[in-house]
Design a protein around this ligand. Structure first.
Ligand code: HEM
Length: 154
């Protein structure tokens, strides 16, 4: 996931993405905004119903996971143990509509953050990769006979 943007900004190397996202505090704000959209956007109703009523635990989990995933500290593993992203979603029915609703909430949340324009584009493009992997390894994807490797683990 190394990318040099048109402005010569390099992300995806060591903790460059973590820093571009504002470190832990910046990612915390992004995730808070993301779950507000999950909770409130009419187009996210189906995926909202897959989540628990109280979003505070998943908010904390996604914040810690994204810190690690963007090259920051491995706090997710320290706090919650190892995780395989496709596996934790494998019981869910995620088709293209659900994947795109998740990405739309993320796009709206990213838009509100004080990130560089190049990082906003980069981050959404990178998140689309695991989102698609999740779709094909979810219950919906497996029922359609799509196969993909399981390699998104801490
Ligand atoms: C493709 C669309 C996605 C949907 C519809 C979705 C939905 C969900 C739901 C419903 C849960 C709670 C599962 C449960 O408790 O039973 C969950 C957990 C989680 N998701 Fe997603 N998700 C998606 C994509 C992603 C992506 C792209 C990432 C990471 C880049 C991610 C990271 C996480 C994490 C870290 C958890 C917490 C797992 C745990 O420790 O229990 N999700 N997701």
């Amino acid at each position: 996931m190394n990318t040099t943007s048109p402005n010569n900004e390099t992300y995806g190397i060591e903790d460059t993405s973590f820093k571009a996202a504002g470190g832990f505090a910046g990612i915390q704000k992004l995730v808070k905004s993301f779950y507000t959209f999950i909770d409130q956007l009419p187009g996210a109703k189906t995926i909202r119903s897959m989540h628990a009523q109280d979003l505070s635990l998943i908010d904390d989990k996604l914040t810690h996971f994204l810190c690690y995933w963007l090259g920051g500290p491995r706090h997710y593993r320290d706090k919650y143990g190892p995780i395989s992203i496709p596996r934790v979603h494998s019981h869910l029915v995620i088709n293209k509509a659900e994947r795109d609703a998740w990405l739309l909430c993320m796009e709206r949340a990213i838009e509100l953050q004080p990130y560089k324009a190049s990082f906003k584009i980069y981050l959404l493009e990178q998140l689309a990769v695991p989102a698609e992997r999740i779709r094909v390894t979810s219950k919906a994807g497996r029922n359609q006979g799509i196969r993909a490797p399981d390699s998104l683990s801490t």
